[in-house]
Design a protein around this ligand. Sequence first.
Ligand SMILES: [Zn+2]
Length: 159
Amino acid sequence: MPLSDEKSIRTLEILAPTIKDHRQFESKLASAPPELRRIIYETCRPYLSFEAKPLDWYIMKSCQRAEQEQLPLTDGGSVVRDFQPAQDASTIRRANEVLAQTIAKRTLTLTCGNCLLEHQFYALDGETPNATIRRARECGWVYDYKADPVRELCPECAK
Ligand SMILES: [Zn+2]
């Protein structure tokens, strides 16, 4: 989510009044990359229909929730198939199953097998592991199934 540009800020200003309550605000913050949370918080706060609690409060809440809730590991068969059509579907399915099992506490951590960059994707409200993985793919992370051992590649190394 590129927030540095004017347009993204404006989008947040438009979205903020539609946030209903603390729970929804918390989920928005928790699903954002950690380095963007402060910006999102400060941008939205003046436009919220309720008085915001401190940013740390929301982060703490979402951590507590993550400990209490565990995402189901399957979602009835939605399979990532919109990207990398060259890959064979069962390979992708296997990779996704492995990844889904690693999503603990609603966080998917991917480590680039080339440059060792690590990135965390936070499951959105009601998002299934497969959807979180699909989001990671849309962000440019690639499952390098031709490598031995197989590995994940960050958007930079996958270019
Ligand atoms: Zn990399």
